[in-house]
Write a protein that binds this ligand. Structure first.
Ligand code: PLP
Length: 428
């Protein structure tokens, strides 16, 4: 049967189709598969692209940094100059507006919230932990680990609708203008997780200039996928720090990023950028926490990547490996679901995810049915605060890690599950 709108079918036709699809699903089930599609991890071929980094510094090489200091020793609290220079260029900030962190930007975000709770941020009148309530705006669907940080620290999450060019700014502006409890917003502004959306210039400007009731309202700008393009015509994101400065709110944004999906996910380097006021405030706290970061890893990254042109070329190699995987997902979704009026999905120009929306009320059942056939997907609801997708329809697809053959099977099973669950809903 071709791509027929399911809601135009009679009950008898739907029942017939259901039996046919159920037969196909049972065949997959009998294969006792075990396919994990749950997290956006690079595959081993991608990790192999950076193996040369392990040879970028040998025991005979100089371990001195550009300013003559010894990378093996203590010191260099906010990163070596050459690493700051390279990543400042990528994030379009100055050398004084960047700190190089350890292997995880999520850890930097977690620690920033933790410090805000205990000490407050640079612009705070009081530590957040002393306030009657702290709330964060959470454009949703969004990144589950941002939401987990809020849950850990007892920060109340307010979901905000995602539109094709970023969060619904009418909602955002109203919340921050009216409610002093709203202290921050999580943003993945480029190739967002999971929708693959890049914020428009207008959204960037409105976030930078909006009136906020809280004096220390902060934008957590998680630019995790800033160089992770999948096409030759990449999205462009307006510089948020520059927009905040232009709007007279230079201390409003903290920018985070990392090389987790550029070099090695477990052994990359992370960065935090923001106004000098903000970063000097954090530098003082960092000086108590550590006598210096892993500068050998920073040096290794700079010697391997050299400059932004080399990073661009390196990311093209990543894209050559993962773009065909994204295309596999698109063609199977197209063949299995398009025209039936039972699902919609995005086609991002970069990033790590495809966001699939089923009919309302179907996502949980689809994910659980797929797991019966051995396909582990990200938990339904995970892309929303408190794990509660109000329409129970969003499923995050992470195509990078599985082999092409595993991916094909997993998405075919996913499509069957969406079809079966949708038919059950239409027949109910
Ligand atoms: N931010 C976003 C939006 C992500 O999707 C991820 C990983 O999936 C991370 C941060 C994690 O970054 P890191 O490995 O630097 O902690």
């Amino acid at each position: 049967m071709g791509a027929i709108n399911y809601s135009a079918l009679s009950s008898a036709e739907l029942n017939g189709l259901y039996l046919e699809l159920q037969g196909r699903f049972d065949e997959y089930k009998n294969r006792k598969l075990s396919l994990d599609m749950s997290r956006g991890k690079p595959c081993s071929e991608q990790l192999d692209l950076s193996l040369g980094m392990l040879d970028a510094i040998g025991s005979n090489d100089s371990l001195k940094t550009k300013d003559g200091s010894d990378s093996r020793n203590y010191g260099g609290l906010d990163g070596i100059a050459e690493a700051k220079e390279l990543f400042a260029k990528i994030l379009e900030v100055s050398m004084n507006e960047i700190i190089i962190g350890g292997n995880s930007s999520l850890a930097l975000m977690h620690d920033t919230i933790s410090r805000a709770m205990v000490h407050g941020l640079y612009s705070s009148k009081a530590p957040w932990g002393k306030l009657p309530v702290v709330k964060f705006l959470c454009p949703s669907p969004g990144y589950d680990r941002h939401f987990a940080i809020c849950e850990l620290f007892g920060i109340e999450m307010i979901p905000v609708e995602m539109l094709p060019d970023g969060p619904n700014m009418d909602q955002v502006e109203r919340f921050v203008r009216e409610d002093a409890g709203v202290r921050g917003i999580w943003c993945v502004p480029k190739y967002s997780n999971p929708d693959g959306i890049t914020y428009s210039d207008e959204v960037v400007d409105r976030l930078a200039s909006m009136e906020t009731k809280a004096e220390d309202f902060t934008i957590f700008w998680d630019d995790a996928y800033t160089v992770h393009h999948l096409t030759d015509n990449p999205d462009r994101l307006k510089n948020m720090l520059a927009a905040c400065k232009a709007a007279g709110n230079p201390d409003r944004v903290l920018i985070f990023s990392s090389t987790s999906k550029i070099s090695f996910s477990g052994s990359g380097i992370s960065v935090m950028a923001g106004s000098e006021n903000n970063l000097n405030y954090f530098r003082k706290q960092l000086a108590v926490q550590s006598i210096g970061p892993d500068k050998i890893n920073q040096l290794r990254h700079v010697r391997f990547f050299k400059d932004t042109d080399h990073i661009k070329a390196h990311m093209e190699k990543h894209a050559a490996i993962i773009k065909p995987k994204f295309d596999t997902v698109f063609s199977i979704l197209e063949a299995g679901l398009s025209g039936r009026q039972i699902a919609e999905w995005n086609k991002p120009n970069g990033g790590y995810f495809i966001s699939l929306n089923t009919l309302d009320g179907c996502a949980r059942e689809v994910v659980s049915m797929a797991s019966e056939a051995g396909v582990t997907l990200t938990k339904a609801g995970a892309t929303f605060p408190y794990g509660k997708d109000p329409r129970n329809r969003n499923i995050r697809i992470a195509p990078t890690f599985p082999t092409p053959a595993e991916l094909k099977t997993a998405i075919e099973i996913l499509c069957l599950c969406v079809q079966l669950v949708s038919i059950r809903k239409l027949l109910a």
